[in-house]
Design a protein around this ligand. Structure first.
Ligand code: ZN
Length: 316
């Protein structure tokens, strides 16, 4: 263990985290707002219908009815066969009904068959895309894989994890094949962070929002350090899980430590203490403290009100 080396890696991590905190403070990006608005128009299907849909079209990702697609600026191609689902038939509540709730909700009288179509069966305006990490990770993807392997984590490519891009299950990371290079790197860093932080059975499992914020913040730091353009992707991902600046700040030490450990292995030449120590390590550096200020933010801020729409699955 080299204390100085670790200090330097921590400093790199901290500088990136300042940026991420600013992004999170700015709130949801326009792109994310549009994305959420669109996704909220996809119906959430019952478990029975999810099974019906996947048995008829295992590749389906976004399904909606003929008219719903039209409203989203897309049309179902001629000759496409619909996916059958069961739609509930509800009659308006009887005005005399003493059960107020039932009156408002209506009464289920049965099911009828209805048809939906997957996005792949439609043409038209693209759905709003989620922000992505871009750039060229060069040899660092292989380096990151090597680090994972050295930690006893197997890496596999598996298309069946869709719609997730990556999955970490303790000793095993699965990645979606054929991701763009920069995305693959960012997803791998995210899963490696889950491996490092979230599979210790002896500690209580953290809430999902915290786990996703921690993993994505580590991915952000590591991606940034190898020169990738992280855009708004990490902040949007965290916001999607209703994480915010406060969530980030509360986990700062853990995020910094986990990122620093990866960076020490990934960028030994940058994190070594000897050699180029031109960076002023003096306390006079004026821009070095925003996160320390943030750390004093009171912890009784209200929880984020919006629940995560269930049909959105960008899990990684
Ligand atoms: Zn994750």
């Amino acid at each position: 263990m080299n204390g100085n080396s670790s200090d330097k890696a921590r400093k790199i991590a901290k500088e990136s985290l300042d940026k991420l905190a600013n992004d999170l403070e700015a709130g949801k990006s326009e792109a994310l707002k549009q994305y959420l608005a669109t996704m909220s128009r996809f119906h959430r299907y019952s478990w029975n219908n999810v099974l019906l849909i996947s048995s008829q079209n295992p590749q389906a990702t976004h399904v909606a009815g003929f008219h719903a697609w039209h409203d989203l600026g897309r049309s179902v191609r001629k000759g496409e066969k619909g996916i059958m689902i069961l739609a509930p038939m509800v009659v308006k509540g009887d005005q005399q009904d003493p059960d107020k709730e039932l009156k408002a909700r209506g009464r289920l009288v049965g099911f009828r068959t209805a048809y939906v179509f997957d996005i792949a069966q439609t043409d038209g305006r693209p759905l709003p895309a989620f922000a992505q990490t871009t750039g060229d990770p060069k040899e660092y993807t292989d380096e990151l894989k090597r680090i994972a392997t050295a930690r006893g984590v197997a890496i596999e490519y598996d298309a069946s994890i869709a719609p997730a891009l990556g999955m970490s299950s303790g000793g095993r990371i699965r990645l979606m094949p054929d991701l763009p290079k920069a995305e693959e790197f960012a997803v791998l860093a995210h899963e490696l962070a889950h491996e490092a932080m979230h599979h210790d059975k002896s500690v209580e499992r953290l809430p999902k929002v915290v786990r996703e914020t921690q993993a994505e913040a580590v991915a952000f730091v590591v991606s940034h350090a190898v020169g990738l353009e992280t855009n708004h992707a990490a902040a949007d991902y965290i916001a999607l899980y209703n994480g915010d600046k406060k969530t980030l700040i509360e986990s700062l030490a853990k995020i910094q430590e986990t990122s620093a450990k990866i960076l020490e292995e990934l960028l030994p030449e940058h994190t070594r203490a000897d050699g180029q120590s031109h960076t002023p390590s003096s306390p006079s550096s004026p821009s070095a403290t925003p996160l320390q200020d943030l750390a004093s933010v009171s912890s009784d801020l209200p929880a984020h009100p919006d629940p995560l729409p269930e049909q959105i699955s960008l899990d990684r």
